[in-house]
Design a protein around this ligand. Sequence first.
Ligand code: SF4
Length: 458
Amino acid sequence: MLLRHTPKELVERSALTINPAKTCQPVGAMYAALGIHKCLPHSHGSQGCCAYHRSALTRHYTEPVMASTSSFTEGASVFGGQSNLLESINNIFALYNPDIIAVNTTCLSEVIGDDLTQIINRAVADNKIPPGKTVMYASTPSFKGSHVTGYANMLAAMVQNFALNTGKKNDAVTILPSFIEPSDMTEIKHIAEELGFQYIMYPDTSGVVNAPMDGKFHMYPKGGTPKEKIAASGDSRLAFALGRIGTFQAAQLLDSKCKVKTQVIDLPIGISATDVFVDTLRKTVGLTVPESLRSERGQLVDVLCDKAQYLYGKKVSLMGDPDTVFGLVQFCADAGMKVLHVLTGTPAGAKWERRIGEAAGSGTVVKSGAQADLFYLHQLLQNEKPDLLFGNTYCKYIARDMDIPLIRCAFPIYDRIGHSYVPITGYRGGLHLLIKILDKIMDRQDRDAPEEQFELVM
Ligand code: SF4
């Protein structure tokens, strides 16, 4: 009943967003900052902003996410947030002792025009930053972009603040992942380890937002990339950025600032994209693909072949983060599914839309940006109903209204678990994803089958 007022007739909008298919920039910036060891994210704005950013991450990961705030009130909103931030820096180092404070701005501090470079310089001049500690910042105005933009900005800030070209190359290959789950970061490290090369990956939220329960409170869990490793990435012999929208800026900066040859490729979601990732590594780093990875690939191919009849021709619609959605579209197209609609609330640009169109095939509706919202998605689905919908938790209203099975594969997911532990990247992740898709399709077939066609063996 909730969405019964969504009309079927599509009207082009240029200013209005209804039920955005994204969250705000600082959420992504905080998530990226959690991927550095002993780093405390700090939201430079009102308490309400920080409460929202933390709650979005805490609900998605079902883990307590630590972050601090400049706690703007009316005074800071009028006169600027400098004194609030200087006081915060004092308190944070005294009370919580992080190695790094990663400040993200908010709508309010951006609108009033706080100059974070100047404030941090002032903190240095006033000896508010203890020796060996760092305060860094990323500009994350949330009246534009999305959580993926915020993630990309914080990742670039990591390169800007830490990556160092000493002039002496090391043997490591740097990996910069886009906004993905900690389970996917683990899977990418697994592939790197199986291939047997030295790597530096950041951010790395595995072991931070999916850390095991040991009965003790850890302000800073064991995971996260140490800042020394991020510094060493400036001397790495090569770098791979995985996912164009979330990493392009950082990749360019690593290349220009530290002269590290950086290649931007797609996230390894599905067979073709994982093949490209493994093959690019094999060729550029000079490696042989081990039997273990061949076997993982073979298992995925086996299941795809065994159950192709359930996938072929199935109609799918997808919303989510641009880099992940690109991988999912390729995965679905490779499996013979028909991609009807692809949306992301992140302004991913014309190139992304064109690439999605090429991967999905002709006739697919592709849209990105503020007007690619859930209202528009609902309208599209009313005009052509898919067999499956990929999206975040907010899509459950549409899925329920239209009786479409929903695969939760986007941020945020507040009503299911598993995403932070079970990957969708790599060959093993592809198998998990495939099983998830098949379960939905086969459950629906069982539910709708007439008595005489209800099969025991499928
Ligand atoms: S959209 Fe802006 S005002 Fe709202 S929570 Fe995010 S940063 Fe704060």
